[in-house]
Design a protein around this ligand. Structure first.
Ligand code: FAD
Length: 445
């Protein structure tokens, strides 16, 4: 059996490793357009900011070591150009321009997502960047190292945008964040985002909310972003972090079904509309476990999990269905941690689903023990059944464990009664006997 995988980072590399573990004899070829495989996308902002000091620490595996260790044929700088489904062939182009075809028995697409770049005047000026991979990271870092960048603009106040704002600030750069929506961090409600707004401003980050960049102009070293409000902001570097789109070109060109959320459509076995082609990761859409509606989810955990499941399904001995992810996500924004899972109130409103919400603001651990900080936890739930829809949490410490435990309850279709039954380890430095998760349940009850 010959397995061919397109994309060698989160989903693709995981699937390759799992395939080898379950099938010792299979031929496995991994194609990656870039120079690297299996690297830490999520660590890229921290390398730019200098928190991660060594570049090689970004690489979980090198192509050579990964290939040798698992007996895989790893081909980097090899872009898959097209799929010929009738002959089960793919067309590949190497960095040197050489093209060739390769046969597959089963094909896996894990090509990730592409950063959205709006068609604005001046958007392709030198000094304007997006951040998606190691090549982008090297370009940004080298620009910072070779230019006098004193001011930066981050366009887009999502997770990556704000992580970058923090890391540019850590390099002594004055940062302005421009966000079209009235709030940063789209997965949380406005009331929660206001805590983040105040914290960003406290740290000296300029915030332009509800404003959009209309054009960029470069004169000498200075880039000027003109906003729809008429304001003009100057910087020496601009990072566009406006969001990503599923990378569906290969799939669409091969006439595989693309869904309404613009991702590659897959069934519960992560199989596309062609039974010999599977797809995972940022490129796919699937029904949201709570709404049933198609959605895309650009997170590393789901891509890795899907990689494992899809390998089993491609091998075929054990079929495993993918239950879907509810978008459990977290970010460090300076001293704050911001995390969310499931559906916030604004999404429920949009969906027309009846809901209630409760917000509690207890301490992160027992108030009598030093360094307890307020933690804000908001839950959304069905007004009659009490079924949980989502949770958002902002605070200095202990945010991650609260969101993670609520995410497990939501994934099991649990409700506010389950919040009250949650059992958590407690001692004064870590929590309170009445943990914030239980407290949210008591208030909602
Ligand atoms: P990727 O890991 O992006 O891999 C896709 C690969 O396919 C790419 O290397 C690409 O070059 C290759 N490829 C595409 N087309 C072709 C082709 N035609 N031929 C050959 N190769 C091709 N998620 C979190 O959960 N937490 C975080 O903290 C977090 N931080 C992030 C920070 C940054 C800066 C970025 C960019 C992403 C972050 N993510 C985070 C998102 C996470 O990295 C992705 O969700 C995950 O990597 C998706 O895995 P994937 O396999 O679908 O795609």
């Amino acid at each position: 059996m010959r397995y061919v995988i397109v994309g060698g980072v989160a989903g693709g590399a995981t699937a390759a490793a799992r395939l080898r573990r379950i099938d010792e004899k299979a031929e496995i070829i991994l194609f990656e357009k870039g120079q690297n495989i299996s690297y830490a996308n999520c660590g890229l902002p921290y390398y730019i900011g200098g928190v991660i000091k060594e570049r090689e620490n970004l690489f979980v595996q090198t192509p050579e070591k990964f290939g040798r260790l698992l007996n895989l044929d790893v081909r980097v700088q090899s872009e898959v150009l097209s799929i010929d489904r009738s002959d089960k062939q793919i067309r590949v182009r190497e960095a040197n321009g050489r093209e060739y075809s390769e046969h597959y028995d089963k094909l896996l697409l894990s090509p990730g997502a592409l950063p959205f770049v709006p068609p604005l005047p001046g958007v392709d000026s030198p000094g304007v960047f997006t951040l998606r991979n190691v090549e982008d990271t090297d370009a940004i870092k080298s620009y910072l190292d070779t230019h006098k960048v004193k001011r930066a603009i981050v366009v887009g106040g999502g997770f990556i945008g704000l992580e970058m704002a923090e890391n540019l600030h850590a390099r002594g750069i004055a940062v302005n964040v421009i966000e079209m929506a009235p709030q940063v961090m789209a997965p949380v409600d406005f009331s929660m985002a206001t805590i983040v707004h105040a914290h960003l401003q406290e740290k000296g980050i300029g915030l332009y909310l509800g404003k959009a960049v209309k054009s960029i102009e470069k004169r000498g070293e200075v880039l000027t972003a003109s906003l729809d409000s008429g304001e003009k902001i100057e910087a020496e570097l601009i990072l566009l972090s406006i969001g990503v789109r599923p990378n569906t070109k290969l799939a669409a060109d091969a006439q595989l079904a693309i869904g309404p959320a613009r991702g590659i459509q897959v069934n519960e076995y992560l199989q596309t509309s062609d039974p010999d082609i599977y797809a995972i990761g940022d490129a796919i859409e699937y029904p949201h476990p709570l709404t049933g509606k198609p959605w895309t989810n650009f997170l590393a955990g789901p891509a890795n999990r899907q990689g494992r499941i899809v390998a089993d399904n491609m091998h075929g001995q054990t079929l495993r269905s993918y239950e879907g992810a509810i978008g459990t996500a977290i970010a460090k924004i300076f001293d704050l941690t911001v995390a969310a899972t499931g559906l916030p109130a604004k999404a429920l409103k949009r969906e027309g689903l009846p809901y209630e919400s409760v917000t509690v603001q207890p301490n992160s651990h027992a108030g009598y023990y030093p360094n307890a900080y307020p933690l804000t936890l908001k839950i959304t739930f069905h007004p009659e059944s009490g079924m949980l829809y989502g949770a958002q949490c902002v605070g200095i410490e202990g945010v991650d464990k609260r969101i993670d435990s609520i995410a497990q309850i939501i994934k099991r279709k649990g409700g506010i009664a389950d919040l009250m039954q949650t059992e958590q380890a407690y001692a004064p430095p870590f929590s309170s006997a009445k943990d914030p998760v239980a407290l949210a349940g008591y208030v909602a009850d």
